[in-house]
Design a protein around this ligand. Structure first.
Ligand code: FO1
Length: 326
C-alpha cells in the first residue's frame, strides 16, 4: 500500500513495480490538487500515476501526456478563455472529458478512476483518497506578488487554489497556510480503509509531505487506520541535502512550520505514524535525530535517476519494513 502524490509518487511506484513485479500494490492517490477548469474535473495526481505506470506520461515534464499538442488550449485562448497558465493538452483533455461525463452521470470518482485505469492498465489498484470534493488552497500575501501577478482586488491575505500557487506563481511567494478545503468532512473512498487494514506494508514515497501525503492524511479516519493497521509504515525523504528533490516542497513545509530537512520531515510525520524512514546518504548525519524521535532510520541513495535506482530505493524501503517488524 502506497500513499502517493504526483510526480515523486508515480516515479517511486514505477521503481516499486520493478522491484516487486508480482506484488499487489494499492495506491491511495491525493485528490487535493484537483481543479475544475473549462467545466471539466482535472485530477493531476491520479492522472500522473495512471499515465506514468501506463506508459503515457511525458517523461521530461513528469506530468501530462507524451506527444502532446495544445490546439484546444490555443483555441480557448483565442476566445479569451483561460487560464492560460495551466497547460492542458489535447490528449489529456480526453481524460478530463471522460471523467467529467462519468461524474455527471452519477459515478463516484473511485469508479471513474477504475474505468480510466481499464485503459491504462497501471498494474496497481489506484484509489482516490476520497470521492468527496477536496481542494487544497494556499494562503498568500498579495503584497508579496509583483505587479504582473497581482491582478485586481485590494486585499492583502488571499487564498489561491494550489495549482495557481504552484503553476502560475511557481511558489515564488511565501505560503502562510495550506488548507485542504473540504477534507474535514470527506470520507475515505470505498476500498481505502479495507486496503489499509489488509496491507502488509505501508509506504510513503518521496512525495510532498504537506500537499500530497499530508492531504491524504487530512481525510478523517486515514491517519487512525494507518496507525491501527499494525503493519510497518516506512517513508522515503523527499528532502535531500536540505532541499526538495523535486518541486518546491520547502515553501509549503515552511507554512506548517517544518524545516526543509530529512529529519524534520520524519519528525513532522512522527513516530505515531512512521516506523521507518530512509534519508539520502548525504543526510547520513541526520539518522540519529530521526532514531531519537523513535523512528528507525537508514541512509541510502535516494535520487530517482532511473528505474533501477528507484527500484533499489523501493527494495531498501521494504527491507527496512521487514527490519522494523522483526
Ligand atoms: N505543472 C506545471 O508546472 N505546469 C502546467 O501547466 C501543468 C499542467 C498540468 C496539467 C495536467 C496535469 O495532470 C498536471 C499538470 N501539471 C502542471 C502538474 C501539476 O500542476 C503538479 O505538478 C501537481 O499537481 C503536483 O503534484
Amino acid at each position: 500500500m502506497v500513499l502517493a502524490g504526483g510526480i515523486g509518487g508515480a516515479r517511486f511506484l514505477r521503481g516499486l513495480k520493478s522491484a516487486v513485479p508480482d506484488a499487489d500494490v494499492t495506491v491511495i492517490g491525493n485528490t487535493g490538487d484537483d481543479i475544475h477548469l473549462f467545466g471539466l474535473k482535472v485530477c493531476p495526481d491520479l492522472d500522473t500515476v495512471m499515465y506514468t505506470l501506463g506508459g503515457g506520461i511525458n517523461e521530461e515534464q513528469g506530468w501530462g501526456r507524451a506527444e502532446e499538442s495544445f490546439a484546444v488550449k490555443d483555441e480557448l485562448a483565442a476566445y479569451g478563455v483561460g487560464p492560460e497558465w495551466f497547460g492542458l493538452g489535447d490528449r489529456d483533455f480526453a481524460t478530463h472529458i471522460v471523467r467529467t461525463q462519468m461524474l455527471s452521470a452519477g459515478y463516484p470518482l473511485s469508479a471513474v478512476t477504475e474505468a480510466l485505469c481499464a485503459r491504462w492498465q497501471p498494474g496497481v489498484t489506484l484509489l482516490p483518497m476520497t470521492d468527496d470534493r477536496v481542494e487544497t488552497h494556499v494562503l498568500i500575501d498579495t503584497a508579496d506578488l509583483d505587479e504582473s501577478q497581482r491582478g485586481e482586488g485590494g486585499e492583502s491575505r488571499k487564498a489561491v487554489h494550489f495549482q495557481e500557487y504552484w503553476v502560475r506563481l511557481r511558489a515564488s511567494v511565501d505560503a502562510h497556510a495550506v488548507v485542504p478545503v473540504g477534507a474535514e468532512s470527506a470520507k475515505p473512498a470505498p476500498g481505502v480503509l479495507d486496503a489499509i487494514a489488509d496491507a502488509d506494508v505501508i509506504l510513503f514515497p518521496p512525495s510532498n509531505p504537506v500537499v500530497s501525503v499530508g492531504t491524504i492524511l487530512a481525510v478523517p479516519g486515514m491517519r487512525e487506520a494507518i496507525a491501527e493497521a499494525g503493519v510497518p509504515v516506512v517513508g522515503l525523504s523527499p528532502i535531500v541535502g536540505d532541499a526538495p528533490v523535486h518541486g518546491m516542497a520547502d515553501k509549503v513545509l515552511a507554512a506548517v512550520g517544518v524545516e526543509s530537512t530529512a529529519a524534520a520531515v520524519a519528525q513532522h510525520y512522527g513516530s505515531g505514524l512512521l516506523d521507518g524512514w530512509l534519508v539520502d546518504t548525504v543526510d547520513a548525519g541526520s539518522t540519529q535525530a530521526v532514531e531519537d524521535a523513535g523512528i528507525r532510520c537508514r541512509a541510502v541513495p535516494l535520487m530517482m535517476t532511473g528505474t533501477d535506482a528507484t527500484a533499489a530505493m523501493a527494495r531498501e524501503a521494504l527491507a527496512l519494513a521487514e527490519e522494523v517488524s522483526a
